[in-house]
Design a binder for this molecule. Structure first.
Ligand code: OGA
Ligand code: NI
Length: 369
């Protein structure tokens, strides 16, 4: 067995000992962040000078792109140009007028929030020891125990055609219907976005979508209030291993993105907008022209926050690499090709350490190959 496999086996065993949810911990009245979640204070990390961190970040300037008219000839060139610029400069943008009905956006956040606010016993019906279960409530520890745990509860769904939903929650009563309808709507938008991103790189419209698998995954994230928000993160700095991630967030705020200068910027909630972030696979396909940008989630002491992330990624056996038309040897070593499943396995083992995994492998390949 390789070291990677040994590590994976140990992680699986440790994560099969559920300790409960973060919401339950908060409800028990704890006043301090327990060691398994605890990071150095953000002051010690140099992020800010006050405990509330309210001096650290400026308001978001990440681009907001109006998607209205994407299918017409009049606005499409402008939208493509805005997507290209936002992808080169930020790797993150928000889109409005994207066609997903506002009522459905409200419903998905409300329904999942209701699920997270149910008693733990009810939620534990959906806990599974299987790390790859297609429907899974995540309990503490959410990451292998040698990592600092995120201050959040989560629900992961892996979607496939004709999937069986008989064991999904019937409380809240709308849960199954809303979750499926939302996923269908996001699927339509995802295809449009991937077409826009392909065209913005000068590739055939279907190029990136063709590389993406039939499966996609969602994580609803519930970030309970935290008694010492300066000592915990909802998500520590990471870049997503995906092609793209479509994120819907409520009004609370907490998502931050690292800009080109290394500064953390808030991604200010805009009602009914999607936050689109480019993942590692898109950085690889674009040969580094588009960046998979580091982001993180801070927590606060007053208000629970909910977000719903849909991850678009290739199938495990797909080879992903930059197409020839995006390789120019004079610009330096091109990105390597990766089999997505191998990439993901190393990404998970590498863990969330506040560095971009992709920087370690982009021109050298995976360590164990
Ligand atoms: C993620 C993520 C951000 C958020 O799920 O990968 O970065 O605001 N989520 O919940
Ligand atoms: Ni992320």
């Amino acid at each position: 067995m390789t070291t990677l496999q040994q590590q994976q086996q140990q992680d699986v065993q440790a994560m099969q000992q559920p300790l409960g949810s973060v919401a339950k911990l908060v409800a028990s009245g704890i006043q301090e962040v327990p060691p398994m979640f605890r990071v150095k204070s953000k002051i010690q990390q140099g992020y800010c000078t006050t405990n509330t961190c309210d001096d650290a970040e400026e308001e978001s300037t990440i681009p907001v792109i109006d998607f209205a008219g994407f299918h017409g000839t009049e606005r499409r060139p402008l939208i493509l140009q805005q997507i290209r610029r936002a992808s080169e400069d930020w790797g993150f943008f928000q889109i409005i007028n994207h066609g997903v009905p506002p009522a459905l956006l409200n419903d998905i956040l409300h329904t999942h929030k209701e699920f997270f606010e149910m008693p733990l016993e009810e939620q534990m019906k959906y806990y599974s020891k299987d790390m790859n279960a297609p429907f899974k409530f995540s309990v503490v520890p959410l990451l292998p125990p040698h990592f600092i745990q995120p201050w959040k509860d989560g629900l992961t769904v892996i979607y496939s055609k004709g999937m069986d939903t008989t064991n999904w929650p019937t409380k809240p009563t709308t849960f199954i219907d809303v979750t499926l309808r939302y996923n269908d709507a996001v699927n339509v938008l995802k295809r449009e976005l991937l077409a826009a991103l392909s065209e913005s790189l000068g590739l055939q419209s279907s190029f990136i979508d063709d590389l993406c698998g039939e499966f996609q995954k969602s994580n609803s994230n519930y970030y309970p209030p935290c008694p010492e928000p300066q000592y915990a993160f909802g998500a520590r700095p990471h870049s997503d291993p995906t092609t793209i991630t479509l994120l819907l967030q409520d009004h609370v705020g907490g998502l931050e993105v690292r800009d080109k200068h290394g500064e953390w910027m808030q991604v200010k909630p805009i009602p009914h907008a999607f936050v689109i972030n480019l993942g590692d696979q898109l950085e690889i396909i674009s040969n580094g022209r588009y960046k998979s940008v580091e982001h993180r989630v801070t927590v606060n002491s007053n208000t629970a926050r909910i977000s719903f992330a849909t991850f678009i990624y290739p199938s495990k056996t797909t080879k992903v690499g930059p197409p020839l038309e995006l390789v120019n040897l004079e610009e330096g070593e091109p990105y390597k090709d990766f089999i997505y499943g191998d990439y993901l396995a190393e990404f998970v083992a590498f863990g969330i350490k506040g560095k971009r995994f992709i920087d370690h492998v982009k021109t050298t390949g995976l360590h164990y190959n």
